[in-house]
Design a binder for this molecule. Structure first.
Ligand SMILES: Cc1cc2nc3c(=O)[nH]c(=O)nc-3n(C[C@H](O)[C@H](O)[C@H](O)COP(=O)(O)O)c2cc1C
Ligand code: SF4
Length: 430
């Protein structure tokens, strides 16, 4: 099996990504031309057979999502490309937009056609100003060439796409917060139902897809579809863009077939750990993803294998840490991120993250107690069950998996109290 492949990235234009002419010469917009002549059932069938799951983190089947969006009855519908990419250590969407702006646009136009959307937004984080400009230029060129605008390719299909910038908050990647942000409001998640597929941006039915998901769609309707579908495994077909960073010789963005082991990803694709240091742990899927220890290196990178081992793909980020890193210090950094990024709307996440931070601080200072494990369990359980959105529900994963895999490191931070001081005499502030 090839370790790193070029299937979706086959027609990426690294030299002149802003040229529509070159994109077309490389086979671009053929998929759109094919799709507008296909019955809708066949379009859904093609996406469903590919078993494509959303690459933004939630891994929801894309075919089903498009079918549900198509079922919504409305005069106007919205398609959104989620390029918020606020998950630390995730940078694959940036690379895709940089190298293949037209491919993402083509995927968006195909999706819009499929669900009858006439309005589109590309929501790009504030920190990617160059990409905002690139996408704006791509839209203008696509409009001039008749791939956007009125009666696209001679069909009764109109689509206008705008680029919008987020203010840089992680929670704005969450669908309903993103809808609020596009409307110009503060990006905070909405009460559901109604779901955004029913009432999203400006109250219109809205379908939100990740950049990578959209970039895969044209491939499914191209001559490369077979190569794509026969890559990977039975359940996790196709390829995945990963971003590898941390203590790794060859950090970067790679397209890989599903089914490689984590060891192959770290040592063959990432080139191993610098300075002959030992591997210690990796965090998968960004700041809210699980921490994997060395034993996980032989697990295959597929949705099902990772799930069976208590891990997940999330955004596709893989952050590698060598033996010199302290697990406790790392967790403290991750926790600080969540304290900063909790939007404050609900108590479990807003207060829970602050309290966890205080407790982790005690481990960092070596003054933690056995009781702190109980507090951690209690707080994280409450957060998982009762947080208002996915941020609060999932942000406890790094801490809990770090405790599962590296408990002895946390134990070393428990303060040994002389027998002369009773537990009552020791005040614990949570
Ligand atoms: C706190 C939070 C942040 C998220 N950030 C992103 C993001 O930056 N990009 C993204 O595509 N999805 C993000 N998601 C997932 C989206 O809500 C949504 O599931 C996704 O954009 C749907 O596209 P997909 O089906 O193609 O994955 C985030 C979810 C949560 C809860
Ligand atoms: S879980 Fe966190 S980010 Fe989500 S609404 Fe509550 S406070 Fe905001």
């Amino acid at each position: 099996m090839e370790k790193s492949v070029k299937i979706v990235s086959k027609n990426f234009n690294y030299d002149n990504p802003e040229s529509l002419e070159e994109y077309i010469n490389l086979g671009g917009f053929k998929a759109l031309k094919k799709v507008v002549r296909m019955p809708k059932e066949e379009i859904f069938y093609t996406v469903n057979v590919s078993k494509l799951k959303g690459r933004g983190g939630a891994a929801y089947p894309t075919g089903r999502k498009l079918e549900q969006a198509a079922e919504e009855k409305a005069d106007s519908k919205v398609i959104v490309c989620n390029a918020d990419e606020g998950e630390p250590s995730t940078f694959k969407d940036r690379a895709i937009l940089e190298w293949a702006p037209f491919k993402v646009l083509e995927g968006m136009i195909i999706s819009a056609y499929t669900i009858n959307a006439n309005l589109g937004y590309i929501y790009i984080r504030e920190e990617y100003p160059k990409l905002q400009e690139r996408m704006k230029k791509a839209i203008v060129l696509a409009e001039k060439a008749g791939f956007l605008g009125e009666n696209i390719l001679g069909r009764e299909f109109n689509l206008k796409i705008k680029v919008v910038s987020g203010g840089g908050a992680y929670v704005c990647g969450e669908g309903s917060a993103l809808a609020e942000s596009i409307e110009g409001k503060s990006g905070r998640p909405r009460m559901k139902p109604p779901y955004i597929k029913q009432k999203g941006v400006f109250g219109l039915p809205t379908c939100i897809n990740n950049v990578e998901t959209l970039s895969i769609i044209p491939t499914l309707f191209s001559g490369d579809a077979d190569d794509y579908i026969t890559s990977g495994t039975v359940e996790s077909k196709g390829t995945k863009f990963i971003s590898i960073s941390g203590n790794i010789n060859k950090p970067g963005v790679y397209e890989i077939p599903f089914g490689l082991t984590l060891r192959e990803i770290v040592y063959d694709i990432g080139g191993g750990i610098p300075n002959n240091k030992e591997f210690k742990f990796m965090q998968l899927g960004g700041a809210s993803g699980p921490i994997a220890a060395e034993e996980a290196l032989d697990v295959k990178y597929t949705y099902e294998d990772l799930k069976n081992n208590g891990l997940s793909i999330g955004s596709g980020a893989i952050l590698v840490a060598d033996e010199t890193n302290s697990m406790v210090d790392y967790i403290k950094t991750v926790q600080n991120f969540f304290v900063h990024e909790s939007c404050g709307k609900c108590t479990p996440c807003r207060e829970g993250n602050k309290h966890l931070s205080i407790i982790i601080d005690r481990f960092v200072k070596g003054i933690a107690s056995e009781e702190d494990y109980k507090y951690i369990n209690k707080i994280t359980n409450i957060m998982k069950i009762s947080s208002f959105c996915g941020l609060g529900k999932s942000c406890t994963s790094p801490l809990m998996t770090a405790l599962k895999n590296f408990k002895e490191e946390f134990d070393e931070c428990i303060e040994i109290i002389p027998d002369s001081i009773t537990s009552e005499g020791r005040k614990v502030i949570v």
